[in-house]
Design a protein around this ligand. Structure first.
Ligand SMILES: [Fe+2]
Length: 283
């Protein structure tokens, strides 16, 4: 069994400041870390799918690093458009959190049930995604080297989202990824962030799941092209649970006090009896 937790778009800013003066991204990340550490059974690993900080630099990455330090399981990082993979390689080089190396800054996480390929869609100096020939070559090599079930993680969503300001870059940047996935049926799912809202779609025959952000959400217009609204609230961590040879995925909140709220405690009934009732076997 593997339990993988994903959080995305933490957008940590300098200590003591709020993102855009509105969102307490440090508190949101600290709360997510606390929830993840409280989950039972304990998740096996945590992926943070980019936009770790709002502005890359020593002060923001050190703040981010202090906030995730309490995580009790291995943590893996990838760059988003707000990050800088060169700084990340330098800043996290003394840890196992970002083993990506130049020129592509991508890496594989090997697991007992499935492997995860951590891709890099960062384009220097731009919000836009990029996935050039060197990154594709690496992905091709990794997909050809193992037919173990595979999860692909990337910051930008490689799909049409229906949201104009995300889709305006067009589909060309992920065409090569789509062609490779079509040739490699071991890829189970693509997970991503970037949009600051949750959405599921497809790239070819492969499901794509975009997680909302820890920093804040965007309420983005569908169909009509209107500016997004800012909601300074986090989403819960996303759990990807290996079961029956595949992954089931969804938000997995684990707030303080969840144990006291369990229905066997609030009803003062044994859980095995409650389960029988739920099955309809008790009158
Ligand atoms: Fe973001």
């Amino acid at each position: 069994m593997t339990l993988l937790v994903q959080i995305s778009d933490t957008h940590v800013v300098e200590r003591g400041t709020l993102l855009y003066g509105m969102a307490d991204t440090a508190r949101h990340l600290a709360e997510a870390v606390s929830q993840i550490n409280s989950m039972r059974p304990r998740p096996d690993l945590v992926l943070i799918t980019g936009d770790l900080v709002e502005h890359p630099g020593a002060r923001t990455y050190s703040h981010f690093r202090d906030l995730i330090a309490p995580l009790a399981m291995p943590v893996y990082l990838m760059p988003g458009n707000h990050d800088n993979p060169y700084y990340m390689a330098e800043f996290f080089g003394d840890t196992e959190m970002f083993p990506g190396e130049a020129p592509h800054y991508q890496y594989a996480i090997e697991g007992p049930d499935f492997r995860t390929l951590m891709l890099n869609s960062h384009l220097d100096g731009s919000e836009l995604p990029c996935f050039g020939e060197r990154r594709l070559q690496w992905l091709r090599y990794e997909l050809e080297s193992s037919d173990q079930p595979t999860l692909v993680a990337i910051h930008h969503p490689p799909m049409t989202t229906g949201v104009g300001f995300i889709d305006m870059v067009g589909p060309d940047w992920y065409q090569g990824i789509g062609e490779l996935l079509a040739e490699h049926p071991q890829v189970l799912k693509v997970i991503c962030g970037h949009g600051h809202f949750d959405l599921s779609g497809m790239i070819g025959d492969v499901p794509v799941q975009m997680a909302g952000a820890i920093a804040h959400q965007l309420i983005a217009g569908r169909v009509i092209d209107i500016a997004p609204s800012f909601d300074p609230m986090p989403v819960p961590p996303t759990l990807h649970h290996w079961t029956d040879g595949g992954l089931v995925s969804g938000y997995y909140p684990w707030p303080d006090g969840v144990d006291a709220e369990r229905i066997d405690k609030s009803s003062n009934m044994d859980w095995e009896v409650l389960k029988d009732r739920m099955r309809g076997s008790l009158k």
